[in-house]
Design a protein around this ligand. Sequence first.
Ligand code: HGY
Ligand code: MN
Ligand code: MN
Length: 410
Amino acid sequence: MTIDQDRLTSELETLSAFSDAPAPAVTRIVFTDADRRARAYIKDLCGSAGLQVREDAVGNSFARWAGEDETLPAVGTGSHIDAIPHSGRYDGTVGVLGGLEAILSLRRSGFLPRRSIELLMFTSEEPTRFGIGCLGSRLLSGNLSAASARTLKDNDGRTLDEVRMAAGFHGSLEDAKLPHGYYHAFIELHIEQGPLLEQQRIPLGIVSSIAAPASFRIVIEGEGGHAGAVLMPDRHDAFLAAAEVALEVEAAARSTGAIDTVGTVGVCEVFPGAVNSIPSRVVLMLDARDTDEQRRDSILDSIRNHCERVSRERGVTIDWTLINADSPAVSSPMVMEALTNACRTQRVDFQIMVSRAYHDSLFMSRIAPTAMLFVPCAKGYSHRPGEYAAPDDIARGAAVLASALAELAT
Ligand code: HGY
Ligand code: MN
Ligand code: MN
């Protein structure tokens, strides 16, 4: 069984061109024209490969290689192709195109799966447009109800229904949830988005758990006013209150003493945004994660307590809105064993590791035995134009994925 590395490399290159940012950056926001052209490209590749392609109401796509016994739960693999603004070309796409190449290499080798093998392309793994990550996998796993999904709006105030239907995805969101037991197992191939594999010169990572992500929208309302005329004792500066909150996010994350606790404020919108006007309103978006859910929640509590103190002391109001607070994912021993068997058969060194980024596998693990396979990325860079994974590393990941899929589909 061989991987066509040149083909895989050229497909990743072609896919990266469907972007709203000039190369080497990639911007591919869900349901934009760039996303729709990229989807069409992937669908064509799957169709020409003889896979049966279907899409659900939110745009998750499923390309199936029918197994000998189609009544059996299938084996799934896949990832996402949406990309946050000015990011890279490998996040997610390696799992979609690498998954397709793994399937093609098995077909070329004459392997016949007993269970069907299905390549998934999840909609909107990134939170960019609708504020919540893994929208597609949340819906298909039942983590997010159709009714809750309908309340989502993008920054222009357009609802998910409006946007998805304008992009050609009709049908009922209620039908997106997969039936119980639909998959026998699921594997996601992905770049590490961290530096460990490269630093330790280990070509593959088998993920044992995915950290628990949480995100909140924090709105701080103070009093505006003239930047010259309002004296300091009379001010209720919303941005300075926000600054105290943001610094507490860092302090709380560092306070646990655990390297797995992380937190940041990735969005800060200041109103009215004039140099000579005291900020009257600030919107912050908080992202906090930990492999240990209780530890993550403990830092959220301390940040929240700090907000109450800042509100009292500065005479501002601070409102929290939960966007998501998910449990971590623990990988399936069965799927991890299929991956370690494949590494041993192909004599590829690997290490067991944690994923600090979340992935669609976080939600696939709620409905099927799941694990992830990481390939190194240069300097651990991701979510930035310098993101890079070497063709031979990607090909090696696809080869191990193919063997693991074959084991699970037999
Ligand atoms: O934010 C994440 O962890 C993922 O890359 N969307
Ligand atoms: Mn990402
Ligand atoms: Mn990703």
